[in-house]
Every structure is written in C-alpha cells, then in structure tokens.
Design a protein around this ligand. Structure first.
Ligand code: A3P
Ligand code: MG
Ligand code: MG
Length: 375
C-alpha cells in the first residue's frame, strides 16, 4: 500500500514536508544521542549592553550560611528605584552570539568545516523547542537562514507575545524584577566575596557561555546566559561548575506541588539540561515576596518527580521532537542565502508550519557578519 502511494506520488520524496506535528505521543521512544555539552568560550554584556569577549560579568555562587537559620530575602526591595531593566524593544536577534562566532571562527574545535555543518542558535530557542510537545499557552516563531552551510535559527517575537509584553501588568513587571533580585542575594562579584543587595539590579548585564553539542546527527553551537559559577563545586570545569538560580511560589498543597513538577520543572530541566548545568537552586517566595527557603534540584533527577505521572513530561519526547524539528528545518532551508528566511510558526494545538521570506523584516544575519565571513 505505502509503496504504491510513493510510486504514484514521487513528489513526496522530493519536496520537504510542509508541516511538523507536535503531539507528544508521536515522539515517545528511546532517548536520542545528545553529546555531553562542552564550553567553547564565553562573552559578557555590560550595564550598557555592550559586548565583551571575556567573563567579566560572571558572578560567584554565594549561598547564605547553613547554620539552621532560614534565609529572609526581600525580593521586592529596590523596586522600582534600583531597577535598570533592559530595553525589550531592541531586538538583538543572534547579534552577540555572531560577534563571538566571528571572533573565533578560525580556531573552532571539530576541525575545518565543523561550523559549516552546525546549527547556530540561542539556548533559549532550543529550550522552547524541547518544551513544545507539552506547551499549551505560548506559541513561537523561529526564523531560519542557511549561510556558508551553517543553519542559523533566530526567534521572532509573535504578535501575541508583543501585545502581552506591551500590556504586561505591574504585578508581572515586579515579579520579573524579583527573579533578578534573587540572583543578587545569592551571588558575589568575586570568588569568596560577599553579596551586596544594596546595589542596582541591571538586567543589561549578562554572562553567556558558548557551548558545543550534538543532537542526533545535528552538530550544535549555542549560547546561553549563566547565572553563576560555584567556586566550591567538585569540578571547576564549565559547564559542570555552573549554577542556575530560580524563584518559585512557596507550595502548601499536593496539588500545588504536582503542578510545579509538571510545568515549572519541565522548563527548568530543558533550560539546564541543554548546556549541561547540573544544579538548579530554587528560592521559594511567600505571598509577601520573601524567600524563606532554598532547595537544590539536580537537573538529571528532575524527571523522577513526574516519571510515574500520567500527565507528566518525558525528556525523550522533548529531545526527539527537537531532533525532528531540526531535521525538518535542515530539509526546508536548502538554499544557501543569508537574505532568504524560512519562518517556522507554531501555536499550541497545531503543527509547526513554514513560510518563505526575503530581506526585511525577517532577514536576521547582519551585513557586518555576512561581509566579514565572506572575506
Ligand atoms: P525566575 O526564573 O526566578 O522567575 P533565568 O532564571 O532564566 O536566569 O531568568 C532570570 C529572571 O528573568 C527570571 O527569574 C524572571 O524573573 C525573568 N525572566 C526570565 N524569562 C522570563 C520570561 N519569559 N518572562 C518573564 N520573566 C522572565
Ligand atoms: Mg539567568
Ligand atoms: Mg535563573
């Protein structure tokens, strides 16, 4: 039967698929190959959001003493007077990462030609792909271009996400601040230094790790923001010494815990598993905005909280879907042309669809990058 159809419709073999389903049931199976992520380098963004090819923005994990006392971090302290939020109107796309690639393209490991076979993107974009089979609220759009063999993936803010951002209620704005304020209570600027919650919270500042991995047959070069390094970690080798910091609401009922394991832990797992960050330190805040308890979650053990939950998530499904999307993108973006863009769009309850575009507004590889790479 199937063979007959293929014979009768040979174009099925020639044309790339036009959509990709996202139902979890379709991606159940063995966990795919995922290369242990290794750090190729790093960069920092300063208080003015300027790029520096070094670790100047890296902070050091500095938890409060464990002398039986609970922490008492006021996450609302300093809001809004000591808050310098990043300008979210500025669409940075892949620019900072491309800056790093440009500077290091001549001495990348993996041999000559490795970059030409790789996918270059942000860790956050891959996180969204990993959680797609379970996401019921927020869609996404990813722009893709092929240039000198490399496939570049850059997120595009959906119209719905833009409306949400521009109409974000004050309570949500303060909640965003609180996540960053927690970092200030938990990090020092120098190894062995102390924390200083009296300063400003400037969300322009970021330390980014650049990592190499491979999912199935897709070599990956991606960058992700790292909250801090643990100077006391058993190994000082990145990314194993990095720590991800998170805040969440204090939980008081089995129902609240179940929903935390199903929704939040999935996102925390996806974000930290990709770069190989082994631990996530959670601060649980009470309704008054104070963190009174901390808990370390091991990334590799997060799945245990939902393993026996029918409505839980499965890491294999996440990774198999991501691999399927990357193959779909590789097969769709055939022409090598930095001005040609394929826009992959997804809304919960629907398959991923794709449309073709040329130049503005979707082309995202900057002229300075294309010209320097063409030299
Ligand atoms: P929490 O995660 O503790 O809420 P990250 O945890 O990835 O290092 O991000 C730091 C903080 O940035 C978050 O802290 C949150 O306050 C804010 N943030 C990150 N992603 C966000 C998003 N998609 N929407 C709103 N706030 C976000
Ligand atoms: Mg962070
Ligand atoms: Mg964090």
């Amino acid at each position: 039967g199937a063979e007959k159809i293929e014979e009768a419709e040979p174009w099925n073999k020639l044309l790339p698929a036009s959509s990709l389903p996202t139902d979890p049931a379709l991606y159940v199976g063995p966990f795919p190959f995922y290369r242990r992520p290794s750090e190729l380098g790093c960069f920092s963004l300063d208080a003015q959001r300027q790029y520096h090819g070094d670790a100047r923005a890296l902070r050091y994990y500095c938890p409060p003493p464990t002398n039986g006392q609970s922490p008492n971090f006021d996450l609302r302290d300093g809001y809004p007077d000591r808050y310098r939020p990043r300008d979210e109107e500025v669409q940075e796309r892949l620019d900072h990462l491309l800056c790093w690639v440009l500077e290091h393209r001549g001495r990348l490991e993996g041999g000559p030609g490795w970059l030409a076979g790789a996918i270059v993107t942000w860790r956050g974009h891959l996180t969204k792909l990993l959680t797609t089979p379970y996401e019921r609220q927020e869609g996404w759009q990813l722009a893709a271009s092929r240039f000198q063999g490399t496939l570049y993936l850059s997120e595009v803010e959906t119209p719905a996400a833009r409306v949400q951002r521009l109409t974000r209620p004050p309570v949500l704005q303060e909640l965003m601040y609180m996540g960053y304020k927690f970092e200030q209570y938990m990090c020092a600027d120098k190894p062995g230094g102390s924390t200083d919650p009296s300063g400003e919270v400037n969300t322009n500042v970021a330390f980014c790790s650049v990592l190499r991995s491979r999912l199935g047959n897709h070599p990956l070069l991606f960058s992700g923001e790292v909250d801090c390094i643990d100077p006391q970690a058993p190994t000082t080798q990145p990314p194993t010494c990095y720590v991800e910091l998170k805040t969440s609401k204090e939980m008081h009922s089995p129902g609240q815990r179940k929903s935390f394991y199903r929704r939040k832990l999935l996102k925390w797992w996806a974000q930290s598993f990709l770069p190989g960050v082994p631990n996530v330190v959670a601060g649980f805040r009470n309704p008054e905005g104070f963190v009174c308890s901390l808990k370390t979650f091991r990334t590799m053990e997060m799945f245990e909280y939902v393993r026996n939950d029918r409505d839980g998530w499965n890491p294999s499904v996440c990774m198999n879907f991501c691999a399927a999307f990357l193959s779909f993108a590789q097969n769709t973006v055939v022409q090598d042309d930095p001005r040609l863009v394929y826009l992959f769009s997804w809304e919960p309850g629907s398959p991923v669809t794709v449309s073709e575009h040329r130049d503005a507004p979707h082309a995202f590889l900057p002229t300075w990058y294309v010209e320097a790479m063409t030299q």
